[in-house]
Design a binder for this molecule. Sequence first.
Ligand SMILES: Cc1ncc(COP(=O)(O)O)c(C=O)c1O
Length: 356
Amino acid sequence: MSIVKLARPEIQALHAYDAAEQVDDTIRLNANESPRDCSIGNFRRPLNRYPEVRPQKLQHALAQRFGCMPDQLLVTRGSSEAIDLVIRTFCRAGQDSVLMTSPSFSMYRHYAEVQGARLIQVQSDAEQDFAIDVNAILAACDDTTRVIFVCSPNNPTGTTLPRAELERLLEQRGEHSAVVVDEAYVEFGNHASVIEMLHRYSNLLVLRTLSKALGFAGARCGAVAGQADVVSMLSAVQAPYALATPVVECVEDALQDDQLELARRTVREISSERDRLAKALTHYSFVLKVWPSDANFLLVRFANADRIMRRCAERNVLLRDFGGELANCIRISIGSQDENNQLLRTLDTLEDEANG
Ligand SMILES: Cc1ncc(COP(=O)(O)O)c(C=O)c1O
């Protein structure tokens, strides 16, 4: 059983780009490269040469880190690129649909629009702490629904979909939809990655990123994991040489034990700062609700979100506000202890004014 046959017919038939052969210690006159190494800095691979079509060492290292086989993983330019690849692979413009929960990460909508795929949105309820409603997702699917995005923990609500519910979704949709679990924030919660379920569900795809817990947003590196045949199809859609040599080397270094230990420590600090901030926020008279969060941010409903945004901006603290269903809600990313204290001091000024 495979969801390869769910993909656009022209993508099923697509062959991977036939790149020039790359063999060390040979005279390379096959790729129109410059013979002069113009590397600036200490790169292990010369910059006058194209990078590997797919960075193999990095692919193996990330597969080991995320808990899958190397051929089940495609390294991407951030997980944003993986979202785009999945939608372009599975959705025919003007015919197929993408389903996402709402509120959730806006890139799903963005890339659906770019591809001309119809968007189905399934509302989650603030009163239910934005729990993802699998029955509502199943009811909203139709014959055209090729891709379902489940962001878990969800941005911007911080909610995790319980594993049993995810399994129900995977089972019910079977070969009809790819179910993409976006785990951009998984390291910040207490729930294990669902990557280990890949061997049981052929319609499961998992997105991971190095932009959050690992702290490498500037390197633009992420991954999509799935069954090997599906990953190989996504790879055929991805641009050749997608990952630049400096990025590949930087991320290889970021996966060394000492760097990973630093990252783990930072995640612990952020999680404890998140809990401290959540508690501190409840003491303000204008804070109406702080939702529980498994991520590196808090979603907070204020009585006067505009005023909070303005005052914070005046004090050089940037927050993210939302309209529509999240009117008066602000997402606060957890910063360093000093940065969070700066935020609290700014809110103190508003509380002092409220108390006259
Ligand atoms: C849920 C979610 N998925 C994916 C991304 C994209 O991350 P990147 O492209 O940096 O890997 C983000 C970024 O904010 C996100 O919140």
